[in-house]
Write a protein that binds this ligand. Structure first.
Ligand code: GLA
Length: 373
C-alpha cells in the first residue's frame, strides 16, 4: 500500500460500551467510548462515476456504480460501503467517483462496532473527497440508516454516534432520545478496562437483535395506554410492579432489564466521578447478569469468559459489551494484576470452552480523524 498515492486518510473508531446495553433504541442513556481500533479509508477522487474499493486485508476488489448503489445489498464485501454511499447521496450530498483503500483494525463480528466504523469512515471519506465539510452527527445518523435500511440490522444510534463523535480519554454519556452528549473523563485510577474477545462467530446475531428490539416495541405498545410513556427508558423503576401485571412474563423480563440498566448507567457515572472502582465493577457484573437472565443476549461463551475473569483477584467486574450473542467482554482490572489476569483468563477460558480468547489492546480515542496526505 502506498499511502502517498492517496489524497486523504479518514478514520472512524470502533467502540466499547462501558454500560447501558440494549437501551439506546428504548430512548435510554448509554456510556460508550471510541477506541483506537478503527477503520481507515485512504481515498482519492478518480474522475469517474464509480467507487473502486480495495482492502488491505483482502484480495477482493469491488466497483460500485454510483447510479446503482441500491443493487449492492447482498455483496459479501462492499455492502456497507455501498449502503453508506447510497444514504449519503439520498441525504442530498454529492458523492463522487473515487478510489478507496479500506484498512480495518476493529475485529469483525466482535461486538466492537466494526460495521459502524466502516460506515462512518466511508461517509466521512466521501464528503472529504467531494470537498465538503461534514457534521459528524449527520454522518452518524446517515450511517445508522445504512445499517438499518441496507444491512438490515434495526440498530439504535449508539455505535455510529460513538464512532463519529468520540473523544480521546473520554466516555460519552449519550441520551439516545435527545442526542444530548456529555463527555466524561474515563478515570479508572489504579484500574484498567481490558477487552477480551470470546472468539466465537456470532451466528444469527442480527436476527436475534431485531427480535429483541421488536419485543421492546411490543412491550411499549402494551404499557403506553396505562402509563403514558413514550419510550421504555422513561418507565420509573417504581412502576415495574405495575408493568409486571400488564405484560406477559417474557416481555416483562425485557422491560425490567431496560429499566434497571438505565439506573445502572446513572450509578456508573456517579462511581466514575467518585473514583469508586469496586462499585463500578459490581455494576458491570450486575449488567452482565441482567443481559444473561432477563434480556438473554449473552450466550455460553460470554458467560464463561466473564465468570473466569471474575475469579481473578485483580478483577472487580466484567460484562459482555455490545449487541451480544458472542463478541467482546470488558473487565475492570487492577493495573498491577493485568498481566497475570490476561494469562489466567486465557488459560481458564480455553480449559472450559476449547476456544482461545483474544485480548484486544486499545486506548480510548477520537471518533473521526481526517488527515491530508
Ligand atoms: C448493537 C447496536 C446498538 C446497541 C447495542 C446494544 O451494538 O448497534 O445500537 O443497541 O447493540 O446496546
Amino acid at each position: 500500500m502506498k499511502e502517498e498515492k492517496f489524497a486523504w486518510k479518514v478514520k472512524a473508531a470502533g467502540r466499547v460500551n462501558i454500560i447501558g446495553e440494549h437501551v439506546d433504541y428504548c430512548g435510554g442513556k448509554v456510556l460508550p467510548a471510541a477506541l483506537s481500533l478503527c477503520n481507515t479509508v485512504y481515498v482519492r477522487p478518480n474522475g469517474t462515476d464509480k467507487i473502486h474499493l480495495r482492502w488491505t486485508t483482502l484480495r477482493e476488489e469491488v466497483t460500485l456504480d454510483l447510479h446503482r448503489l441500491e443493487e449492492y445489498r447482498s455483496l459479501r464485501y462492499g455492502n456497507y460501503q455501498a449502503g453508506s454511499a447510497l444514504f449519503w447521496q439520498r441525504a442530498g450530498h454529492q458523492v463522487i467517483g473515487c478510489d478507496m483503500l479500506q484498512d480495518c483494525t476493529v475485529p469483525f463480528g466482535g461486538g466492537l462496532s466494526s460495521s459502524a466504523a466502516i460506515e462512518v469512515s466511508t461517509i466521512a471519506a466521501l464528503a472529504v473527497a467531494a470537498g465538503e465539510a461534514f457534521d459528524p452527527v449527520e454522518v452518524a445518523l446517515t450511517a445508522q440508516r445504512a445499517e438499518r435500511e441496507f444491512a438490515g440490522v434495526n440498530c439504535g444510534v449508539m455505535d455510529q454516534y460513538a464512532s463519529a463523535c468520540g473523544r480521546a480519554g473520554q466516555a460519552m454519556l449519550l441520551d439516545c432520545k435527545t442526542l444530548d452528549c456529555k463527555y466524561i473523563p474515563v478515570n479508572t485510577g489504579e484500574y484498567r478496562l481490558i477487552l477480551f474477545d470470546c472468539n466465537k462467530p456470532h451466528i444469527l446475531a442480527a436476527s436475534k437483535y431485531n427480535e429483541r428490539r421488536a419485543e421492546t416495541e411490543a412491550a411499549l405498545e402494551r404499557l403506553r395506554p396505562a402509563t403514558g410513556i413514550d419510550c421504555l427508558a422513561d418507565l420509573p423503576p417504581a412502576d415495574l410492579p405495575r408493568a409486571e401485571k400488564l405484560l406477559p412474563p417474557l416481555l416483562f423480563r425485557r422491560v425490567r432489564h431496560v429499566v434497571e440498566e438505565c439506573e445502572r448507567v446513572r450509578l456508573v457515572c456517579d462511581a466514575m466521578r467518585a473514583g469508586d472502582m469496586p462499585t463500578l465493577g459490581d455494576l458491570l457484573n450486575r449488567s452482565h447478569a441482567s443481559l444473561r437472565d432477563l434480556y438473554e443476549t449473552t450466550g455460553r461463551e460470554a458467560d464463561i469468559l466473564t465468570a473466569v475473569a471474575r475469579e481473578h483477584p485483580a478483577c472487580v467486574g466484567s460484562r459482555l459489551t455490545g449487541g451480544g450473542f458472542g463478541g467482546c467482554t470488558v473487565s475492570l482490572v487492577r493495573s498491577d494484576g493485568v498481566e497475570d489476569f490476561e494469562e489466567y483468563v486465557c488459560r481458564r477460558y480455553e480449559k472450559e470452552t476449547g476456544l482461545k480468547a483474544v485480548c484486544h489492546a486499545a486506548d480510548i480515542a477520537d471518533g473521526i480523524a481526517v488527515t491530508r496526505l
